[in-house]
Design a protein around this ligand. Sequence first.
Ligand code: HDE
Length: 714
Amino acid sequence: MSSKKTDAPRESQLAGTQTPDKANTNAKLQSLENFRADATGEALRTNQGVKIADNQNSLKAGARGPSLLEDFIMREKITHFDHERIPERIVHARGTGAHGYFQSYGDHAALTKAGFLRDPEAITPVFVRFSTVQGPRGSGDTVRDVRGFAVKFYTDEGNFDLVGNNMPVFFIQDAIKFPDFVHAVKPEPHNEIPTGGSAHDTFWDFVSLVPESAHMVIWAMSDRAIPRSLRMMEGFGVHTFRLINAEGVASFVKFHWKPAQGVHSVLWDEAQKLAGKDTDYHRRDLWEAIETGDYPEWELGVQIVPEADEHKFDFDLLDPTKIIPEELVPVTPLGKMVLNRNPDNFFAEVEQIAFCPGHIVPGIDFSNDPLLQGRLFSYTDTQISRLGGPNFHEIPINRPVAPNHNGQRDALHRMTIDKGRASYEPNSIDGGWPKETAPAAEDGGFESHQERIDATKIRQRSESFSDHFSQARLFFQSMSENEQQHIIKAYSFELGKVEREHIRIREVNEILANIDLKLAAAVAANLGLPAPKKGTVQVKGSSLAKSPALSQMNLPGSVGIKGRKIALLVADGVDGADVDRLVKALEAQAARPLLLGPSSAPVKTADGKALPVDASMEGMPSVMVDGILVPAGKASLQALAGSGLAKHYLLEGYKHLKAIGVAKDGKALLDSLGLKEDAGLLVGDDQKVIDAFVKAVEGHRVWAREAAAEAIPA
Ligand code: HDE
């Protein structure tokens, strides 16, 4: 949602690294990927390798007779088909992913001994899976939800999984509450409604009873929960981790991913419409960007806290409902990640990838965050039922590029045929192999950070975890006016869907009033409830009045309009030369012009030529594009003025604060719609209009228009 650009260290750092081409970057992984099958030029065969002569007809007793049981070809085919689905993920079921690489900016030796962060020449293959949390596999991409941001680094020292989200905190503080939280947010158990959303009683019942969720819930009610693109999201490791250097010195860190594409969101009305008009909006966007060579990039950075400073903050570093404000500890850039290859097969790669926060390499270690500690168990456990046994690490997408010999040889679906007779260690039969490696830095054996623990076994929450509202307040008060209004509307919408009034009242009086009275009053008014006069607890407040880094408005915006989709609305009689001029201007910016007609048939230009269109206006509705241009041509403009589809296109684009540029003769069309020119609604046929249009698209949305756009029907 940002329009401002800053001289972020990211840009200078990115410019300083070489960008290896696509063929080279994945060379390492691909050389090990002998499991990819290409059937080009191959005969159709059964799974046993028998060539198939007829794949159209089953074996029958006579052409009209019953089928024969001996038809092993049909039985094999149907048996396989009958078992083609596996259980979807309990959470994060809906997702998509891509391959790429990570490259360190330098040797971060002071911080860590992890090899992939030590060698700036090393190209570490990665696979990233983005996801929503609540909805099933087939649910919409643009629902209001947290987004998963899970990265598997295939390092030379083993796989490292950074299994994060696009929000830096979480709903609960202790893993034992996770099943309760997930049962509450998932569709309700009696009717399995709603699909892909949190606007229902069980979710709000739970979060209004569990104040530790207040901070994360306000993030989920913000624009962060409706990203414009998976490429335009920040990512966070959430928990505090440790990095360990070769001398064994540990630093606490929080991981951050900063997108080079800027951080942007859609409006709520757009998000809702997209969920129907293009359920695959985010999946398609990522796929197309990679196919067209517009490779998304993120910078990996860390906030570093020396162990000695662990207790220097007014919150607990182990509490996953807290951020370290970037104003207190800035993010140190470590390297960049580029996604440059789409999967060949969704099931084999995106569906079968198995992440686990417990997959770490020497140089990285955990903290005692009780949410992280529970996750270390849960992920491996869930794969056993989802992927059918403990050998899921042998599925191609999960295999490390590092060798992995040990005594774990049996169990369901074992692929490797291990040689040698000793599946135990120590042994003297197989020469003692495979052997342990010393933890010394150059040897690379994993060694847990030696933390002194002297404690009583106890079921208790630390007192330092008890402030649930200071950072939620900091978040709300750090938002721009537009963002605050979006948050108010999101709470009002969601609570408006809650049937039980006592839940609405509890959320307003016992949660929102403790966050911010202005927020509570505005939501209360929309629900017809009295505004609370004061909160129910004493909130100590954050040491900062505001954290500018929390507002998307303040984050670096996109640079240029590369890859942005721009609709050109055309009808019979359009001025072909003007279309050419606009298309060339957009292509010069590496944007994606799309000619949209009244139908999918070509339109006729004013000088009688057939002009093919990319889609109909119905097929590519305004919610799917970032800006709209209306080229010159009297007859075309007249036709558009008489078309409900075209008028709706412009009104909706205006309502969603998009840049609109209309030829001079199209002024009457705008007047008939009651639309007034502004910084992003431009009229004219000259270069100045194009320049202003490009600037408005780069700014993502015309925020100054938001109040005026309220009057436009949705
Ligand atoms: Fe997860 N989470 N989670 N989670 N999570 C899963 O693992 C779990 C949490 C996250 O694209 C599951 O393989 C527990 C925080 C992502 O495949 C499961 C707790 C964060 C993904 C699981 C949490 C996440 C998952 C479901 C609380 C952000 C998708 C299927 C203790 C830091 C990964 C699976 C992918 C998936 C458990 C909390 C992120 C059930 C018990 C906090 C991105 O194992």
